[in-house]
Design a protein around this ligand. Sequence first.
Ligand SMILES: Cc1cc2nc3c(=O)[nH]c(=O)nc-3n(C[C@H](O)[C@H](O)[C@H](O)COP(=O)(O)O)c2cc1C
Length: 193
Amino acid sequence: MKIVTLLGSPRPEGNSAAIAGRFIETAESLGAETRTFALNKLNFRGCQACMACKTKLDHCALKDDLTGILDEIRDADALVLATPVYFGDITAQMKMFIDRTYSYYVPDFLTKAIPGRLPLGKKLVFIQTQAQPGEKMFIDIYPKYELFFQFLGFKNNQLIRACGVNDAKDAEKREDIMKLAEETARRILEDAA
Ligand SMILES: Cc1cc2nc3c(=O)[nH]c(=O)nc-3n(C[C@H](O)[C@H](O)[C@H](O)COP(=O)(O)O)c2cc1C
């Protein structure tokens, strides 16, 4: 199984990266092949609405650090998106990636039963960290974005959430969350077997 992980936090050793790290470690120990990219270190832009992917190409026309990663995700079985909550939403870095997934949609995607260009049946693992301890706060973020991955044929998607984590090392101390990351990796690998 091939897993691509995108880290959306600018903190390389922060909470969302720590949870993603535990997920990846576990997946690798069970035989998964993994690739991890810190979006903050990449030179890339958000979607430019050039519509080339709807008129003349079957991929994004932009040539930057995200180009190869968009290709790797086409070939992956699972995509892990790890993001802190910034002002009630995902980080800007993660949003720029999501906007570039516009290139995964066919030209007439609004009327097609299968609107995406990706092989069907990939899985999304969404890791969300937030300082707010209240679990009802920012509960809307995952369903909002997961819906678009469903359109692209992702299924049996999983959410790992850590609420009340603020200092970079907080999540590491939350054994319940780290265990959930391990269990989620096991479940994803078992489903694929
Ligand atoms: C610019 C900025 C905006 C933030 N906005 C929120 C917010 O709206 N709600 C919240 O609960 N936490 C917010 N936080 C806190 C982070 O979500 C929290 O510290 C998270 O655990 C960071 O994850 P990381 O260590 O992976 O970067 C914000 C932090 C920053 C730097």
